[in-house]
Structures are given as C-alpha cells and as structure tokens.
Ligand binder design. Sequence first.
Ligand code: WTA
Length: 649
Amino acid sequence: MKEKQHEGLLEEKRLFFPPEGFCSKAVIQNPEIHELGQNRTKFWDEQGKRLDWFKPWDTVLEWNHPFAKWYVGGKLNAAYNCLDRHLEGARRNKAALIFEGELGDRRVLTYQDLYREVAQFANVLKSYGVVKGDRVTIYMPLIPETVIAMLACARIGAVHCVVFGGFSAEALKDRIHDSRSTIVVTADGSYRRGNSIPLKANVDKALPVTCINNCVETIIVVKRTGQPVDMQDERDVWYHEVMKNVSSVCPAEPMDANDMLFILYTSGTTGKPKGVVHSVGGYMVGVSTTHEWVFDLKEEDVYWCTADVGWITGHSYLVYGPLTNGSTVVMYEGAPDYPEKDRYWEIIEKYRVTILYTAPTAIRTFMKWGESYPRGRDLSSLRLLGSVGEPINPEAWMWYYKYIGGERCPIVDTWWQTETGMIMMAPVPGITPLKPGSCTIPFPGVHIEIVDPEGNLVPKGEGGYLVVREPWPAMLKTVYGDDKRYEDTYWSQFGGAYSTGDEAKWDEDGYFWVIGRVDDVINVSGHRIGTAEVEGALVDHPSVAEAACVGKTHEVKGQAVFAFVSLKEGIVIRDELIDELKAHVVLKIGSLARPDDIFLTAELPKTRSGKIMRRLLKDIADGREMGDTSTLADVAVINFLKKNIDAQK
Ligand code: WTA
C-alpha cells in the first residue's frame, strides 16, 4: 500500500509558483543559489559570517569520517548571538517572545528583557556550581522560562538536555542518568486542555533519594500552575526565589565552535534512546541560514512555530534559529482545541502572525474539524506556511494552502531530523516551484541522494534509501558517550554516506518525495517512537511474555502504535488487561507512546531462526494482503492473527 500510495504521489503533477509580488521581495531571489551551494565549503564558509564570533575560524571543515569539525578554531557563544548582538540597534526593544498561555495569559519579552533574565538565570546556575560542560536537564512546559533556561545554559557553556514534558517519570529518569545531569529545571505543573500535568511530582519519582547513579544536587522549580508540590529542603528551590536580587551581568563564555551546545534524546532501533549531540558553531550557522531563507524571514515578521521545545523543531526553529535572526517569536503553551477549536486561528488573528510553522498531523486534525473554524477568523496577516515532522499528503497540503493560506501563501514542506539539526530539504520560496506532497529539493550546500542497499545512486523516477552524501554544518557530532553507536547507526551502510533511516523517491524534475521510515521507528503525530522502546515497556509488565509493535497507518496521526502481545504461561486473558497494558506503556514512556491497539495472542509469527516477522504484522495491522510468508516457522500463527483481526474490523 505504501508503494501504491506513493505511485499516486508521483502522479502529482500540479506545480505552484510563488504568488505575484512574492519573488521580487524575497530574501533569496538568485536562481543560481543551489548551484552556488555545490561548492559546499565555500558556501558554508560564507554563511559562517552571519554570526558574531569572538574569534574567527581557521578552517571551515575538518572531515575525519564520520567525525566532522566545523569552523575549527572559531570561538563564539550561542546565547550571545541570540541576544547580546541585537541590543545595540532597533531590535533592543523589539518583541523577542510573545507568549500566550493556555488560559489566555500573555507575556511579551523584548530582546532586552530576555537578555536580562537569561543573564540572571545564568548567574543562578553558576551559584549552584554549574560550570562549562556540565549537563542540565530541563523538563518544562512551553513557557518563557524554558527558553530562558536553555539560553542561560548556552551562555555559561553548560549543556542542556531538554526532555519533553509529556515523557513519564521513568523516561525522564533514563535521560537524566544517561546525561549525568547535576541540575534539573522543572515546573510545578504544565497546563494541558484545562488539566495539569504534574511535572515536579514526576521529577520526584524519577529521582528518589535512594536512587543510585544520582548526581542531581539541585532542582529549580518554576511556579506555573500553583498546584501543591513537595519541596525537599536540601535539594529543591523555587525559580522566583533564587532569581531575586541576582545580578544581570554575566559575560557570555567564549565557546569553541565544536564544544557541545546540547544533547537531545531521540528514539532509534534499540530500546535505549540516543543522546544526539549538537555543537555550537556549525549548528548555529545551519539553523540561522535555513531559518532566514526557507521562511523568507523579514525584520517585521511575526513568526509562530507550534512545536514544543522538547523536540528538535523547538530547539532549532523556536529558539536558536529565530532568535539568532532577531525575529519576533510567538509561543503558545497549550492545546489547539482549548477552549475552542479555533484557538490557533484566534492567536494568528490576535498577533497578526505572518509565518506559521506546524505539522501535518495538526493540519489533518483541523481538516477534520472543518473549515468553519479558520473561516471565522482573520488570517490575512499570513504570508508563508511551513510543515514538518512527517510526509504531508497532497490533500492536507491543498487544504492548508486554501483555507489557511488563502491561496496566497507558499507552503514550505521541510524535511529534516533531530540528527540533522537543521532543515535539509525544503523549497527556497522565492525561487522553488512547489508540488503538493514533496519537500522539493535539498537546501543549498546540502548533498542528499537516494541509493540502493549498496549505496549506488538510483535513477530519477525510482526510489530507495535516503542518504546524505557529505557533511553539513548542523550535523550531529556523536551519540552522547557512544561514538561507536554513532558510527554504526549512521555511517556504516550505503558506502559511508549518512543514513537517514528514511525511504524516498525522486521524480524526473529531481524533486524528492519522502515515504517514511524504513527502520523500527514509528512516526506518531510527527513524534518518533522506537518500536523496541514500546516493546520493552510491554515486556516489563508481569503478565507479558513477548511483544511486537508496528506502525499502523492512521488518518490523522500518520501512524499509530499497534502491539501484538503474547502472555506468560498461566496468565488468564481478562478484559481489563488491555487497558492495563496501555497504562503500563504510558507509565514507562509517556502518553505519546500509548498503543491504539493491543492484540493478545498465544504466539507471535517467527521465522525458523526465531525472528519476529514485523513486516507481516504490519500488513495485518493495515488490513492488507500479506507479503511472502515462506520463511515462517508456522504459518498457522499468522493466519490465526489475520483471521481474528480482520474479523474485529
Ligand atoms: C520524518 C523532526 C517527510 C522523517 C524534524 C524523519 C519527514 C523523521 C519530514 C525525523 C517531512 C520529518 N516529510 N518526513 N517534511 N520531516 N520527517 O527527528 O521520517 O523528530 O526521519 O525530526 O521525521 O523526526 P525528528
């Protein structure tokens, strides 16, 4: 079906050109920019100059496969680039963050305000002993203090590890321990659809006093919801108390371009999430260039990225890219349907948002709710729309174009990953014609190919594995504490190219059409979930013997988790067991990983050598004809599953 779906896509021949008047005002108008990008080191050398450096670099790239060093010898500071350098001129009193809380509260921080708070919090971190290179875990709602904490770390050279507030205490614990953080910054709670998520209580669960490996000495708690929390005398302090009377003078630490800026955990093919490491120089050049060019950024834009800072999109295109570029960023804490289903459109109307960057899963949800919600609001301020996180189907693209963009806003479909740090494929909107469902072509200075299993380029019109052939500035530097895993996961296949884990096709015009993951990662609403992590959570339940999870095609979420579970000997199937197992996954990982379906079975289909055949399980979950079953040890097992699951539909 994937195949079929995709054949449909390649028949998608509609071309959309930028609207009248857009090109002549666009940031990038030079049609040769992609050609110029082919001289990659020259191109990125040139782009490096967009940042402020304490010391210029000597060599733009040292490439010792698979380890890259960009802007070698250069010294800079990410927070300085996001804040200090804007304070001299007109940007000083420009809104940096416009924050809208779920309950309708609002806070606007100018560049000067943000600078002051960041410097103060940086001094707070220092007073708790944080020094350059130390890791700080940030487990927060989407509120200004989260951005302040990130930039405060960057200012003093500490490494932030932001953990999405939707992760459970257990998932948080693993990330705190893996990063060996000494400080956790959190909040009492986080608003979500009128309820609140107990963040501090989760931190307490993650860090019981008796916990071995525990290096956390201090927990700084922002008061957000006002819900009761337990504060431990020796360890826990309130943000608003420790920020009192703190100096706002804190010089930015000159960092080596290749020093670590942050770690962000993401799912891979094993049960243990990977700590993706990004460093200061290359990352900042990459996000600044792509943010300006792909979003056609102008000084007066009001830019809204709906992603949470717990994900890479939040890091690169809510914090570092836009703030380095001196833009006004809208930040919304809550759900799109709280209190009404037009909350996003209300925000656009209220703040006269000009650029909206969101995800296909959100667009499909809005489609389901119907166009009367956007129609009821004035969206005429919008001039550009962005999409990220998963393939956008042409229907959703057209709906977005018509009902949100009023047929006047180009859509930039941006393909990239936690590991790539920056947008890798997307239109440059003043010069690249659009095709609904395609992320178009690689960004200038980025070399992407589609190859066969041996790493040979496939001809246009065909598909294969998506790889990046040459290093790019915002590339991950390693997997935290595990260079070998970095090398094995990303660089050992396909003739030494970087393996993205995605499958794609390219058409006769050289446009790319990303199909999805080819590894054991499921993309649920644009969030990466490792099947091995969910299976690990299920097997952790005392009743479960074995589990196999696959991604089932889902109309709104793109994919949903479908789990097949066999129970231990003697365990009697009870009705409540399925709910109990779902709750167990939520406990171990978070609600984002909750399986939509769990099917209990006596046995899982295996090959003669004992490997679970997930490919067939996926066929069953999607309700299509099964592929080749000849390597199965016992065909009866899969036939039983198919019969029963089809019967349930
Ligand atoms: C998928 C999110 C198609 C892809 C920035 C990738 C996309 C994974 C797109 C990375 C897109 C992201 N079109 N697929 N425009 N953007 N993906 O690390 O499978 O959370 O490998 O980064 O999302 O997810 P991650």
